[in-house]
Design a protein around this ligand. Structure first.
Ligand SMILES: [Zn+2]
Length: 151
């Protein structure tokens, strides 16, 4: 076992909503919460390495597409699981039961899904830097502090 074996993988970083640069700091201020506003409160910068979490104004607009794609993906998987486990037939209402089940599933996953979309999104723009302690952050000229979280 090497010393660096404790470093987080990409997957567990994204799933755990950690900073993509150091894979240590948390992106969100609070644990997963049903209070949507509180749930989505992010640290302005990574508490561990200082990576800003909002790289530019409106950075998270694109997450709408990510969460849409995830929703489609989850629906597809739940349909497949329902088909394999419960089965589908044109002679009864099982398809409509699946529709209801899927809606409840998606709604209950929403708080996590919204966070996960952001975590995934930022992980595509910020690269993991194993030497983040040595390498200083670049300048982020496009950041307008007054505009943060103001969209
Ligand atoms: Zn960090």
């Amino acid at each position: 076992m090497s010393e660096k074996s404790h470093a987080r993988s990409y997957l567990s970083t994204v799933l755990g909503c950690r900073c993509p640069r150091c894979r240590e700091g948390k992106l969100f201020q609070y644990p997963l919460s049903l209070n949507i506003k509180r749930n989505m409160l992010m640290n302005k910068e990574c508490p561990v390495c200082g990576q800003p979490t909002e790289i530019e104004v409106g950075f998270y607009y694109g997450t709408a597409y990510v969460s849409y794609l995830l929703t489609v993906l989850i629906s597809g998987l739940s349909f497949l699981a329902w088909w394999l486990i419960i089965g589908l037939s044109v002679d009864d209402n099982r398809f409509f039961w699946w529709l209801g089940f899927n809606a409840v599933l998606l709604i209950s996953m929403q708080p996590w899904l919204m966070r996960f979309s952001r975590s995934l999104w930022i992980s595509w723009f910020v690269r993991y830097d194993p030497d983040w302690k040595k390498n200083k952050l670049g300048t982020f000229e496009r950041i307008v502090p007054e505009q943060m979280n103001n969209w």
